[in-house]
Design a protein around this ligand. Structure first.
Ligand SMILES: [Zn+2]
Length: 189
């Protein structure tokens, strides 16, 4: 089985946490922020084959490159259906960052729902719905790797994940469940 790697990438220009998961030369992206052209350069320089794109929620700073990448590579991108109406609303923010606008005829995402999926050979992912930050917010948990990609803290508390679970948030520094339990106000209260 090829080695599986999780890598948090801070694509320009804002501090969104995009995550690249690779199994050998195959990869998927979580929250494809930034320019599609930057992602294509990165993937090509590493000889990676992009298989799919998953999106925690429908705000532009988590999906700006996704429709274009999906079209370029002829792959699917996934977003919960409740957040599809948000996709074009974010164009004003993309103007602010001088990023390419998402066109009106953008490649439509596939609906992402709660369940367990094999996203790459041997890589299982549990998805669950965490409405709050947006109606269609989703979190992704990788039980074999103790990694959680998160758009929401409140529901994570209820899941009672192991202390050693590594949490990648939508923005800012990564943390561990143990640290959140001891320090985060929503965990403590
Ligand atoms: Zn957001």
């Amino acid at each position: 089985m090829p080695e599986v790697k999780f890598e948090v990438l801070h694509m320009p220009p804002e501090n969104t946490n995009s995550v690249l998961v690779c199994s050998g030369d195959d990869c998927v992206i979580f929250d494809a922020w930034g320019r599609a052209s930057d992602w294509i350069k990165l993937l090509d320089s590493r000889g990676l084959r992009l298989r799919a794109i998953y999106t925690t929620h429908g705000h532009d700073d988590h999906l700006s490159a996704a429709p274009e990448l999906a079209r370029h590579y002829g792959i699917d991108w996934f977003l919960n259906e409740h957040d599809v109406p948000l996709v074009l609303w974010g164009n004003q923010i993309l103007d602010f960052w001088e990023l390419p606008r998402i066109p009106d005829d953008f490649k439509q995402p596939k609906n992402l729902t709660a369940g367990t999926f094999e996203i790459l050979p041997g890589v299982k992912m549990d998805t669950f719905e965490t409405p709050g930050h947006s109606l269609g917010g989703m979190c992704f948990y990788f039980p074999e790797y103790n990694i959680l990609l998160s758009a929401s803290i409140k529901k994570i508390i209820l899941k009672n994940y192991p202390d050693e679970t590594y949490v990648v948030h939508g923005h800012g520094a990564d943390s561990m469940i143990k640290w959140l339990k001891e320090n985060h106000p929503w965990f403590i209260n």
